[in-house]
Every structure is written in C-alpha cells, then in structure tokens.
Write a protein that binds this ligand. Structure first.
Ligand code: HEC
Length: 201
C-alpha cells in the first residue's frame, strides 16, 4: 500500500514539477561555451536542465531593453536584475517576443542556456529569505523602525536602498541579498502578502 502510494507520488511529482526550478544562493559567474559571459545575481530563478558534477546547465528567462542588452531583468514592469552580462551584445540568448513599454521603449523577452557552478544553486529560497530577513531586521532598524518590504515597488527599492547602503556595515553579498529580498517582497509582488510579520513602528 505504502509503496503504491509512493510510486503514485513520484509519478505525479515528476509530471507536476517537470520544470526543475532553483535559485542562486550567491552572485555567480555565468558561463557560455566554457567562457564567462556575465554575473547572475542572488535569488534569481533558473530552470535546471542538466547537472554534471561541479557545473549545472541552466535556462534563464527574462527581459532586456533593445537599447541595452547587457542587463537582464525579470520583466518590463518589475525590473529586478537577474543578470549583468559583461558585454552589450552577443550574449547567446534568443528572443521570444517583443513588447513596448509606456515610453515607447522596446523590450525583448529572451531565454538562454548557460552554465553555473552547482554549489551556487539552491532549491530552498525560503532559507535565503530567512537569512535576508534576519540581516535586514538587525541592520536596518538601528535609526528608524523597520520598513515593511511592501511599502515600495520592485522598481523603487534599488534607489531607496542605495541611499541607505553607506549607513550600514555589511559586505556586498549581504547587501545584495537584502535588496533582492526587499524586491521579491515588494508591493507589486506575490511575496508582499508574506511580509505582515515585519513590524513597522
Ligand atoms: C545610520 C542610520 C540609518 C540606517 C542604519 C538606515 N537608515 Fe534608513 N533612513 C535613515 C534616515 C535618517 C532616513 C530619513 C531621511 C533620509 O532619507 O535620509 C531614512 C529613511 C529610510 C527609508 C524611507 C525612505 C523614503 O523615501 O520614504 C527607508 C525605506 C529606509 N530608510 C530603509 C533603510 C534600509 C533598507 C536600511 C538598511 C540597509 C536602512 N534604512 C538603514 C537612517 C538610516
């Protein structure tokens, strides 16, 4: 009985989660045909295609501005940065569709296949959120009450954060983790509803 149940669970699981999603647990080099082509940032989601020892083949989706292909963001309304490419062109992604923003700027929906170090991936993004939340609560409530991540939009957090950054003694990777946590729980995200326990005074 138990074995049968397990088998059903495994089969269901395999079909439901055919797409194997993971997240970067730190900022990491992105490789294309063995060469580094850019950096993929903490908490960016990727689809795992193939794990081979130290390196994992991943697929990335996002959007780039047609005028600036160097920065790949979540989408044109939520410009959370996923990847900074080293070069402006020739980054090995293909265009799926084109969209125009409110200012007439053209955005490309793109996808690409790359490799990252296996150890820089995690399935458990809640653990990263937990770390970020603790760090945030500890360092960003010294001068004022802790601001709820959902007070600002995804696109507003980077500038707000930048003005506060010099006031805290954190290293670059800690700062990036907090910023990503704030953006992924911003007002215009699904994560916003999970921030009620972050008290504002
Ligand atoms: C050394 C003191 C200090 C620390 C530490 C500090 N802040 Fe602030 N923060 C301020 C002051 C002062 C203001 C109000 C005016 C200003 O913007 O300078 C403020 C304002 C803010 C605002 C409101 C901005 C607005 O436009 O309404 C946010 C959000 C904020 N801080 C976030 C943070 C975050 C995130 C951190 C941690 C990375 C942080 N603060 C750490 C002093 C600090």
């Amino acid at each position: 009985m138990l074995r049968k149940l397990l088998l059903v669970t495994v089969i269901l699981g395999a079909s439901l989660f055919a797409k194997d999603i993971a997240y970067l647990n730190q900022k990491s080099s992105l490789f294309l045909k063995g060469k580094k082509v850019g950096e993929i940032l903490t908490l960016s989601p990727v689809i795992i295609l193939e794990k081979k020892g130290k390196m994992t083949k991943i697929q990335i989706k996002g959007m780039v501005s047609q005028d600036y292909e160097q920065e790949l963001v979540k989408n044109l309304n939520q410009r959370e940065t996923y990847v900074y490419f080293d070069k402006e062109k020739g980054n090995g992604f293909k265009t799926l569709s084109k969209k125009e923003d409110a200012y007439g700027g053209v955005w490309l929906e793109v996808t690409g296949v790359y490799k990252v170090k296996t150890k820089s991936l995690t399935k458990d993004k809640n653990k990263l959120y937990e770390q970020a939340k603790n760090l945030y609560a500890k360092t960003c409530s010294v001068c004022h009450g802790l601001h709820n991540p959902n007070e600002f939009m995804v696109n507003q957090w980077p500038n707000t954060f930048k003005s506060m950054e010099p006031r805290v003694a954190l290293n670059k990777s800690q700062k990036l983790l907090i910023l990503k946590y704030l953006q992924q729980h911003a007002k215009d995200t699904k994560g916003a509803k999970n921030t009620k326990d972050t008290k504002k005074h």
